[in-house]
Design a protein around this ligand. Structure first.
Ligand code: ZN
Length: 467
């Protein structure tokens, strides 16, 4: 079906009418071209931008979707690269304006974690946009809102899939837009949730629109999981990501890169723990001896916990505490939500074991620990072949790109912890995630669209040690 009114591809069709040459991508006929030596693919792929203008009537709203599912016009292979980079770069530059508008549209639809109606509305909008690039879309309802599982057919249908992971929830409450609307200044575009990660979703839509525009499919099947609850650790959405992991050739995350543009090659493990203390209420003046203060117990527990986790590779943030009712009542209940970060899987299991065994320090009190969400540590891989591949693709596109480990956790932890070839930070370049004023660099949109499109279109090298 055609996309919704706001989807990216239809807007591109206006661009396509002057820039694309719909018939130019398959001059030799799809079947023949596909079996010819890779060297013939170069001219096929470069035919578009230099070709003559196609009839405007062929560039209707549904065209991108048709192109995405049509027979591919040529085989992408490394040998095709000589023609591919300039095509990708020029198309990406043409598309960047539409992707920028798409970023603004997605930001304008506020979607804080937990706001099911708003998240579902945005899921609908994303569905329309991705469908217009040829995706099959499945909505999976969850307690936190609808998640999306999308699939694009590949030229080589039998190859293991590439998995892309993203999310459409943000940390920003509804109403944030009222005093912080989408703003463009000094080459930056800011708005709540733009960097983390609405721009990442818009970039991927742009990359698929670019391929569809060229009459190309990705080299192998691509799946995308968009979860609705990433910002609280994906307690529900994680099952969908995990379901798509087995057999994945590579896993790519659309989270923002490091502020200097480097992609993320590892992530620390992260766990949220709720520490609940139960005491006994009593009148603080008359019967203090009859009571057991949950607040006092919690304070002592926090001091003890701080000592326990004060070991290398573990960091603790006591992010929220609450408890008690009033000054003249001995507190019957108190709780703290702890955020823990781990450099290694060993540090993670050791610390969580210790926390699970906490016992009350005073008679009459009870202590309970509950893991609210947990992401395993994703260790760095020496000589990371996926990073090498991305780095060399970037170089061919005239970009300089490198990678580095990240402090925060994301859904790519689930893949990296299993040893799957994984990279994150393929989203928009910018700064200030989760901070007032988060922003993206507009000039970096085109390079990222081109990079993502290349990553999808060019065959992956061998990424695992064992066959
Ligand atoms: Zn994020």
């Amino acid at each position: 079906m055609p996309s919704g009114p706001k989807a990216l591809a239809p807007k591109l069709s206006g661009v396509k009418a002057v820039a694309a040459k719909p018939s130019g991508v398959k001059p030799g006929g799809p079947a023949e071209t596909g079996t010819q030596p890779a060297a013939t693919a170069g001219p096929t792929l470069t035919a578009g931008p230099t070709g003559t203008t196609g009839p405007a009537g062929t560039a209707g709203p549904g065209r991108a979707a048709e192109a995405g599912t049509a027979e591919s016009g040529g085989q992408n292979s490394p040998a095709a690269l000589p023609g591919l980079p300039s095509t990708l770069n020029s198309r990406a530059r043409t598309l960047a304006g539409a992707v920028q508008r798409r970023c603004a549209e997605l930001v304008a639809m506020e979607s804080p974690t937990g706001d099911v109606p708003r998240l579902n509305l945005l899921a609908e909008e994303l569905t329309a946009g991705f469908r217009a690039t040829g995706a099959q879309v499945r909505r999976e309802s969850g307690v936190a809102g609808d998640h999306l599982v999308l699939e694009w057919a590949g030229q080589e249908e039998n190859l293991p899939h590439v998995l892309v992971v993203g999310h459409h929830d943000t940390v920003w409450p509804v109403g944030t837009l009222a005093d912080w609307p989408v703003q463009e200044a000094d080459g930056l575009l800011s708005g709540p949730g733009i960097l983390d990660m609405k721009a990442g979703l818009a970039l991927l839509e742009g990359a698929f629109a670019l391929l569809a525009d060229l009459g190309q499919r990705p080299h192998r099947p691509v799946r995308l999981v968009v979860v609705a609850d990433e910002e609280v650790g994906s307690p529900d959405g994680r099952r969908l990501v995990e379901r798509q992991l087995p057999g994945a050739a590579a896993v790519l995350g659309l989270e923002p890169p490091h502020p200097d543009g480097r992609v993320k090659t590892a992530r620390r493990g992260s766990t949220r723990v709720l520490l609940t203390v139960t005491g006994r209420e009593a009148h603080a003046g008359n019967d203090a001896g009859q009571g057991t203060s949950a607040v006092d117990e919690l304070v002592d527990q926090l001091v003890a916990v701080r000592g326990l986790v004060g070991q290398p590779g573990t960091e603790l943030n006591a992010g929220r505490i609450s408890g008690g009712s009033r000054a003249n009542v001995v507190a019957g209940r108190a709780e703290a939500e702890l955020g823990l970060r781990f450099a290694t899987a060993e540090a993670q299991s050791r610390t969580l074991d210790t926390l699970a065994q906490l016992t009350a320090l005073r008679p009459g009190a009870r202590v309970r620990t509950e893991v609210l969400s947990s992401r395993p540590a994703w260790p760095e891989r020496t000589g990371d072949p996926l990073l090498r591949h991305v780095r060399s693709l970037a170089a061919v596109l005239g970009q300089q790109l490198d990678g580095a480990p990240a402090g925060g956790a994301g859904d790519t932890n689930l893949a990296g912890a299993r040893g799957l070839p994984t990279l994150d930070g393929l989203g928009a370049v910018g700064a200030g995630s989760h901070a007032r004023g988060e922003r993206i660099e507009i000039a970096q949109l085109a390079p990222r669209i081109a990079l993502l499109a290349a990553l999808l279109a060019v065959p992956l090298p061998r990424l695992r040690d064992r066959p």
